[in-house]
Every structure is written in structure tokens, then in C-alpha cells.
Design a protein around this ligand. Structure first.
Ligand code: SF4
Ligand code: SF4
Length: 747
């Protein structure tokens, strides 16, 4: 890479004397063909580059430019931050140098001035120049997004004196609007270097990234491409994002009579002769050689499937999901106003597209099939069934009406089939939310958000109506820990603070009592400092000057719930004050003081975590609330491995980590499977002597209807269509009955 850069510099040493500045149009075809042959992806031209795009103290040899891009490998970029990613980025820059020098040589040989831009550390801001050349549009991560390599591109220019460059219209500028509703990269950037909105610079150009923290993080981690990795243009691809964007833009409201007809069809099916058990199932398929069951179609199941497909060429995989529809917490746990996190579901669908994968939705273990059924039908079973239980407070009064899990509310507004008949009690004025994690912040935001903030999301329509009518105007969010121990992220907190009409308050006394733990990780220390800076702003007298119309969220620290008071319903909650005690050098833990305070409240919600649930025949570790396993290999009650049975995701490690953590988990499990294959008692269904038949035959014999992959493809498309008719991102199907009604009507 350095060699190429040094060579590019040589072009600037002596001034080239051009003999012409108007080119024959055939020349452009020639250089485009040559560049593409050498690996260029997109090509464009800019005349009279905006001087605001030239870096301070630099000059361009000519004001016109030929612009091109090269693509970096998706797989290597997906490992970011890593040394492999660093190498791939270096390879991209080397290609830029090679191609730009070849074009410059060709143009000079024809008498035109041509100066290859530096592939790194150039004189001008390449992404906006490429945008001006019509190659794509600059995303909020500051990189160019194009139909080709999404955000996995690197750009270079050749400055030239050619005055008749064939400039083109830019058809990609819609991306700016998309970014404004996405901000996935903003939330994910480890050092929070990406601006919430691009900032205008004094020279009129826009700045997307604060370069100093980005550069520092980049250097300390062998490069970084987290912003590229999380970008929907990288994960789902330009075309899918464009389809979704266009659908939302072209949305027309669905006529009321159509909505009513849909609802009455569902009601009729629930009670009528076309009940789910009477509908046909898929035909039986022949038994494959190595058959794998993945239990759970959430992130853990999707990543296990992806890794199995990549690592085992003859593995056939059946994904078996308790709910009718796939995607687990991405569908039912992510807040509707974070639609871009939900676009991970597109990537999961791409995994399911593989012909070796089948989907059986609405098939529950211990309800429709048993573990023994699985053992009879599959060589390998991977449980990826998550942690659907939510932890309880364990205090008196918890069984009263108006005490709910925050997770119930999350599932309800996300159209979870188990919550169709749930109605959260939002008729009071004050709510108490126990927990300071991201789920608690999501719930507070969703409860207080104005209609405009939510109406275009995929929120359940009934839930939106109920939330808008809610009379809750104050939420106390309670944590027994101190401000510096908060577990939510600055980005999530900012999302709450930025809600119009909502004021988030912190008691300044809580900041005075705080005792920060010693932290050695500089990034974690930086994150904590940002969080504390935000708390300082929220504690000022100016911020506490609320207006009568403001909805209030109080972040309360150093308190734990001791007792829930009232009759049948909650009327108050008794809180016990906590104080921090140094339990290890530099480490502080909250301890109770015995000092009590009573707070009137109308609703108590707990958001203190999840736990896995037992599976019949498998050993449940009561203490850790997970299925007993050794690094993903399931164990019997004596601690011996259960051959061919594995576990991945939250059910294996507990409810920790983000969606992507499941990918790392999945890769480890699949490594174990590959290692164990030679020692497993059964490796080939046909040769094993076991009676392996197809699962669909078993389900048919039991009268269990299921949603197949083809069904889901239709349903997913219909959800987007139904959403676009209501000016929403999607209108989800809620129940099996509703899905079957749709499928039976559409054939
Ligand atoms: S630090 Fe990483 S994620 Fe953040 S802007 Fe830089 S490259 Fe992107
Ligand atoms: S992650 Fe979202 S906001 Fe960031 S560049 Fe990609 S589309 Fe734009």
C-alpha cells in the first residue's frame, strides 16, 4: 500500500504539460473498461469540484475528477475489528493506487493532465466527491453507500484537465432520508464518534464523524469497521433497503372496510370449521443423511444455522420455532422505534433462503413434539430457545394487579402471539420502573413517546391506540446502584432525552454520593464518562425547570423496592435506600441502609432480566437459570455430555450480550459439533438403523399445522404490504389463525 502511495506522489513532482482538454467520448468507455477489468466497481465524473471539499492547506492540480471505487470482501469486513479486517482494508487501498495510476498513465499518454489522488491522506474529501459524481450517497457513517458494495467501498480520484467529463444525475440521494430514520451506526460506534446528525463545517461541507475518537479507536484495535458492519446496506443490501424505503414512501392508507374484513375473517377462523388442525401440512420429504434440528428461530438459531451451512456441506437443517413466525427478540424484543435493528431479520431470512434449511413455525417442544421425537428424527439437536422467563422481584405485594414485567409490555406492543389478549394497566398517572438497563429505557420511551414518533413503525396498532390514550405522565426509573454503574448505553439514554415533551431528571445529590468503580478498560471508562456528563446535564437547575405539560422520567439511584403496597391494585411502593460499600479495592456494591420511603404509584414494572426455562428431559441449572451445559455441550444430571445435543444463545450463557454476541456463540457451538461428529453414535440417518422419518410426517400424524418457509416468505411480504397501506413500516400478523386465514385466501 505504501509503495503505491509513494508512486502516486511522483506524479506531482513535475508538472505535466497537457496538449488537449476535450476528450473523445470513446475515451471514457476505454478507461471505465480498463478500471473495471482491474477491479473498480463504480465509476463517475465531477467537473469543478466544490472548494469546500478540498482539505485545508491543500490544493488540487485540476478542478475536475474521475472517481471510482473498489469493494472490500464482506466476510473479512464482517470480522471487524480484527487484523483480518485491517489486511482487507489495506488491500482495498492498494487496489485504489494501482487503478488510479493506470488511468493517469493512460490519460497522460493521450495528452491529458492526470494526477492520481492519494489512496490514503488525499487532498480532498472523497465520499462527497463520489456522491457528486453520482456513485452513491454518503451515509451517516461518512462512507459512500452504493448499489454495489454497500458501505464496503473505498474511493479514489484522478484529477484531470478534461473539460467535457460525462457527469450523471445521482439517483441515490434518498439514502440521506433513510439514514435519518436509521442511525444504526450512530448507536453502534464503540467510541461514539458518529454525529447524531451530520454537522455543517465552516466551509459548508458536512461532517459525519468526529475523527479523533474514531482514529484513536481505529489505531488501538487493528482497524474498525463496526459502522460498516451494522449498516443495513451491508447486511441486507442496497436493493432490499431500497424496496423497504420505497414501500414506506408509497404507502397508502388501507380502506377501513378492508381492515374490518380482515378482522372478521380471523374471528371466523378461530371458531369455524377451518381451524388450524384441519388445514393441510406439507408433503413428506425423504430422510437426509445428516439431519440437524435447531430449536428456536431467533438470533441464536439463525446464527447457528448460518454457521452450520458454512461449515458442513451436507447438513440439512430444520429450524423449529414455538411461535408461528421467526426472528425471536429481533421481532418481539426490539423497540418498534428502532427499525434498523429490526432489519437484522432480513439477514436472518437470507440465511433461511438456503435450500438446505426448512422452517417449522408454530411447533413447540413439550407441546407438539417431545425431545424423544427430536432424537428419533435428527442426528444433532441444537437448542437455541432463548431465555423467555423474566426475573421476579421477590418482594411482598408482587402478585397485585398493576405489577407487570416490562418484558410483557415489550411483547405486547411488538404483536407477540402470547400477548394478543394482554392489556397493560396504563390508566394511572405514575409508574415505577425497576431497573436501569436498555429494556427499561425502551419501555419508558415507548410509554411517553408522542404518536408521531411511533405511528410509522411496526408497532401493534392496538398497542399504539392504548399507549396514546395512556394517562401515565411520570415514570420513576429505579436502580439500587449509583450513576456510574448504570448499565444502559449513552445512545439509548439520548434517545429518551431527545423525545419531544419529555424531561429526564437526575437528583444532583445522587451524583454527589456516587463512587465510581476503578475501570482499567479505557473505552469503558470513556463510555462511563460520557454517561456521567449526560447525568450532570440532567441534574442542573435549568433542566429541572419543567413545564406543566412535560412528561417526566426520574432516574432514581441508590434505592431498591422493599414492598408493594395497596389492596388488589398497587397504590404505592416502599423503597429502601442503599449506599455503596467498597467490597474489593476500588469496587463498590450497593448495600441496604434500612431507611424506607413510600412512593405513591399506579403501576410497577420490573425490568431486571430474563432467565431460561426448563426443557423436559434436560437438566436445568437452577442457580444459573440456564440449561446445564459445558461450553455449549448439554450435560445430563451427572454432568456427562448428551451426545449430539447442544445449546446456544441465552439458554446457554444467560441473557447477556447484544444480538451479534449470538454469532460468536454459534460459531463456537458449530466448532464443537464438527469436532464431535466422528465420535457421535449416529452420523448418518439412513445407515443408523434408526427409524428416521420426516418431521412433517410426524406433525401431520399429530394434526399439528405449521408455518413453512414458503408460507413465511408470503407472510413477511404481506406484513410489509399491510404496513405500507397504513403508512407504517410493517403491520405484523399476530396469531397463527390470522396467518392461516391470509394463506388460505391467497393460495
Ligand atoms: S470508530 Fe469504528 S464504528 Fe466508529 S466511526 Fe470509526 S470506524 Fe466507524
Ligand atoms: S447504519 Fe443506518 S444511518 Fe448509518 S450509514 Fe448505514 S443506513 Fe445510514
Amino acid at each position: 500500500m505504501q509503495q503505491k502511495m509513494n508512486r502516486s506522489k511522483k506524479y506531482y513532482k513535475k508538472t505535466f504539460k497537457p496538449t488537449q482538454d476535450i476528450a473523445d467520448p470513446a475515451l471514457f468507455d476505454e478507461i471505465e473498461a480498463m478500471a473495471k477489468e482491474m477491479g473498480a466497481v463504480d465509476f463517475g465524473y465531477v467537473s469543478n469540484i466544490d472548494p469546500g471539499l478540498v482539505f485545508k492547506g491543500k490544493e488540487l492540480p485540476h478542478p475536475h475528477a474521475i472517481v471510482f471505487s473498489v469493494e472490500m470482501e464482506k466476510e473479512e469486513m464482517g470480522k471487524a475489528p480484527s487484523f483480518d479486517t485491517f489486511l482487507e482494508v489495506s488491500r482495498g487501498y492498494t487496489n485504489l493506487g494501482r487503478i488510479s495510476q493506470a488511468i493517469a498513465d493512460l490519460l497522460r499518454s493521450r495528452g491529458f493532465a492526470a494526477y492520481p489522488g492519494m489512496n490514503l491522506g488525499g487532498s480532498s474529501d472523497y465520499p462527497p466527491i463520489a456522491e457528486a459524481a453520482g456513485l452513491g450517497a454518503v451515509g451517516y457513517h461518512g462512507l459512500l453507500i452504493t448499489p454495489g458494495g454497500g458501505a464496503r467501498l473505498r474511493i479514489n480520484t484522478i484529477y484531470t484537465n478534461i473539460a467535457n467529463l460525462p457527469e450523471r444525475e445521482n439517483p441515490h440521494l434518498w439514502i440521506r432520508d433513510f439514514c435519518a430514520s436509521c442511525r444504526n451506526c450512530v448507536r453502534s460506534c464503540p467510541p461514539a464518534a458518529i454525529h447524531h446528525d451530520p454537522q455543517p463545517k465552516p466551509n459548508g461541507a458536512m461532517e459525519c464523524i468526529d475523527v479523533v475518537p474514531c482514529r484513536d479507536y481505529f489505531s488501538a484495535n487493528w482497524g474498525c469497521a463496526v459502522c460498516v458492519k451494522v449498516c443495513p446496506f451491508s447486511t441486507a443490501g442496497y436493493d432490499l433497503v431500497k424496496q423497504g424505503f420505497d414501500a414506506a414512501q408509497n404507502a397508502q392508507p388501507l380502506p377501513q372496510q378492508d381492515i374490518a374484513a380482515e378482522q372478521s375473517d380471523v374471528a371466523a377462523l378461530k371458531n369455524g370449521p377451518d381451524s388450524p388442525a384441519n388445514l393441510p401440512t406439507q408433503p413428506v420429504a425423504s430422510a437426509p443423511a445428516i439431519q440437524i434440528a435447531v430449536i428456536g428461530a431467533g438470533a441464536a438459531g439463525a446464527y447457528v444455522t448460518q454457521s452450520l451451512l458454512q461449515k458442513h456441506t451436507t447438513a440439512n437443517i430444520d429450524i423449529i420455532e414455538r411461535l408461528p413466525f421467526p426472528h425471536g427478540l429481533v421481532r418481539y424484543g426490539v423497540a418498534p422505534d428502532h427499525p434498523m435493528v429490526k432489519t437484522k431479520s432480513w439477514a436472518f431470512d437470507r440465511i433461511m433462503d438456503d435450500e438446505r434449511v426448512r422452517f417449522f413455525g408454530n411447533v413447540a417442544l413439550d407441546r407438539d413434539i417431545t425431545r424423544q421425537d427430536l432424537k428419533d428424527h435428527y442426528d444433532i439437536i441444537v437448542y437455541a430457545n432463548g431465555a423467555p422467563g423474566n426475573r421476579k422481584l421477590g418482594i411482598p405485594g408482587e402478585d397485585k394487579a398493576n405489577v407487570i414485567a416490562a418484558a410483557d409490555l415489550v411483547a405486547w406492543y411488538n404483536s407477540h402471539p402470547d400477548y394478543v389478549d394482554f392489556t397493560p394497566p396504563l390508566d394511572g398517572r405514575h409508574a415505577t420502573l425497576i431497573g436501569h438497563g436498555n429494556v427499561a429505557l425502551d419501555v419508558a420511551r415507548m410509554m411517553l413517546a408522542p404518536e408521531d414518533h411511533l405511528k410509522s413503525t411496526d408497532i401493534r396498532s392496538e398497542a399504539l391506540k392504548h399507549l396514546i390514550q395512556s394517562s401515565i405522565t411520570e415514570i420513576d426509573m429505579v436502580s439500587r446502584r449509583g450513576p456510574s454503574q448504570s448499565s444502559f448505553t449513552p445512545r439509548e439514554l439520548a434517545d429518551l432525552i431527545e423525545l419531544p415533551g419529555v424531561r429526564v431528571l437526575v437528583d444532583p445529590k445522587d451524583l454527589e454520593r456516587d463512587q465510581p468503580d476503578n475501570i482499567t478498560d479505557p473505552l469503558e471508562a470513556a463510555r462511563r464518562q460520557r454517561q456521567l456528563d449526560i447525568f450532570q446535564d440532567l441534574a442542573t437547575a435549568e433542566n429541572h425547570a419543567v413545564s406543566a405539560s412535560d412528561k417526566i422520567v426520574r432516574l432514581r439511584f441508590f434505592e431498591r423496592p422493599a414492598k408493594i403496597d395497596g389492596g388488589e391494585k398497587v397504590t404505592a411502593i416502599t423503597m429502601e435506600a442503599m449506599q455503596l460499600k467498597e467490597t474489593h479495592p476500588g469496587q463498590y456494591s450497593p448495600v441496604p441502609t434500612g431507611e424506607m420511603r413510600q412512593q405513591k404509584t399506579d403501576l410497577v414494572m420490573r425490568a431486571i432480566g430474563y432467565h431460561a426455562v426448563p426443557v423436559e428431559g434436560l437438566t436445568f441449572d437452577e442457580k444459573r437459570q440456564i440449561l446445564q451445559n459445558d461450553d455449549g455441550r448439554l450435560l445430563d444430571k451427572n454432568g456427562n455430555p448428551l451426545p449430539g445435543e447442544y445449546i446456544s444463545g441465552w439458554a446457554r450463557r444467560g441473557p447477556k450480550g447484544i444480538v451479534g454476541t449470538n454469532k460468536i456463540d454459534a460459531e463456537q457451538i458449530v466448532e464443537h459439533i464438527i469436532d464431535d461428529l466422528p465420535t457421535l453414535p449416529v452420523r448418518n440417518g439412513e445407515d443408523s438403523g434408526r427409524n428416521i422419518t420426516d418431521l412433517s410426517a410426524l406433525l401431520s400424524s399429530k394434526g399439528v399445522s405449521y408455518i413453512s418457509k414458503a408460507d413465511w416468505t408470503k407472510l413477511a411480504k404481506a406484513e410489509r404490504h399491510r404496513g405500507s397501506m397504513r403508512h407504517k413500516y410493517a403491520e405484523k400478523f399476530e396469531t397463527m389463525e390470522e396467518a392461516l386465514t391470509y394463506l388460505s385466501k391467497t393460495g
